[in-house]
Write a protein that binds this ligand. Structure first.
Ligand code: BDR
Ligand code: CA
Length: 311
């Protein structure tokens, strides 16, 4: 299996992404590293452990990461995810421990311990932990196989400001480090996640799984998609973060382009904008596979069938 570390700020869609990874034999989750984002760090570390226990994986190490961005105060998204970050399904308090090792040190240690080119980082929140790891241990850049992240937007611009997507907006300096690190990078922006819509049929399919995982997923997404459905007037809310894991499992469901993407860090108006050279109008070197489209039915079929294997 492919070795991955999931860096995350759960978040209902993060939780579904974690479950998809844990349900997939092609992937070996080495660790989960929590970061502040949708809600503060104390809640993302708690939520990550709740999700592991739901999946029957109390053995997984969950590490606490950075409590705020590299250079700015934290911005959170309770307006989308609720006060707990995981509103919509009540899960028991976890028994499993939170690791003592900081997420940044855990990422560095795993990447150094495994053979070069074998560890993939999956980033589902602000990029603070990953940027810190790259700054503290630059040698990991060439040891990493890949970074796959949910973040940014180009045609389907901003969900936190008119110009920016939440994960990049929260810590644009961290995003700049990650996009400039020279690690093979795949980006799942809003352009694609806003095509992964939780329609009523797809929502019912989770509830129909008749398992505690199915009930939790249906509860979370019922809460979370309300916000986007009202906001965007679409057939359902977008399911962002599971696209990262699905890309690893079934890249043929997605299409995109190798392009240059730069991050705006200085303008107050466009902070965190992903300036994506989709049309190749500059001579800047491509630094990311920027995904623009997906087979939404194929994606939901994959997700639902994988979740069926969890109890
Ligand atoms: C991203 O922001 C968070 O609210 C979601 O979990 C996702 O990672 C979407 O912009
Ligand atoms: Ca997230």
């Amino acid at each position: 299996p492919r070795k991955i570390i999931i860096d995350t700020d759960p978040g209902q869609d993060d939780a579904v992404a974690i479950l998809l990874a844990l349900a997939s034999p092609e992937l070996e989750v080495l660790a989960i590293t929590a970061v502040a984002g949708n809600v503060p760090l104390d809640l993302t570390t708690l939520n990550a452990r709740k999700v592991c226990e739901l999946a029957g994986r109390a053995d997984l190490p969950v590490h606490p990461g950075c409590a705020g961005p590299l250079a700015r105060p934290l911005v959170t998204a309770e307006h989308v995810h609720g006060k707990t970050g995981l509103d919509g399904a009540d899960l028991p308090e976890p028994d499993m421990p939170l690791q003592d090792t900081h997420a940044v040190d855990a990422i560095i240690a795993h990447v150094r311990a495994e053979a070069p080119g074998t560890v993939t980082l999956c980033a589902l929140g602000p990029l603070t932990n990953i940027a810190m790891a790259l700054k503290k241990a630059p040698d990991i850049a060439e040891r990493l196989a890949h970074i796959v992240l949910m973040g940014g937007a180009y045609f389907e611009v901003g969900n936190i400001t008119p110009a920016a997507e939440f994960n990049i907006y929260v810590d644009p300096e961290a995003a700049q480090v990650v996009f400039g690190a020279g690690v093979p990078l795949t980006v799942l922006p809003l352009d694609v996640t806003h095509k992964a819509l939780i329609t009523p049929d797809r929502h019912h399919a989770f509830a129909a799984l008749n398992s505690s995982v199915g009930q939790a997923v249906a509860g979370w997404l019922g809460f979370y998609e309300r916000f986007d459905r009202e906001k965007y007037g679409s057939d359902g809310g977008p399911l962002h973060d599971p696209c990262v894991i699905a890309w690893l499992l079934a890249p043929d469901l997605f299409t995109g382009r190798e392009i240059n993407v730069e991050i705006e860090t200085s303008s107050a108006l466009t902070r965190g904008m992903t300036v994506a050279d989709w049309w190749g109008v500059t001579d800047r070197t491509p630094n990311a596979l920027f995904i623009g489209d997906l087979d939404a039915s194929g994606f939901f079929d994959l997700l639902t069938s994988r979740l069926e294997s969890l109890v």
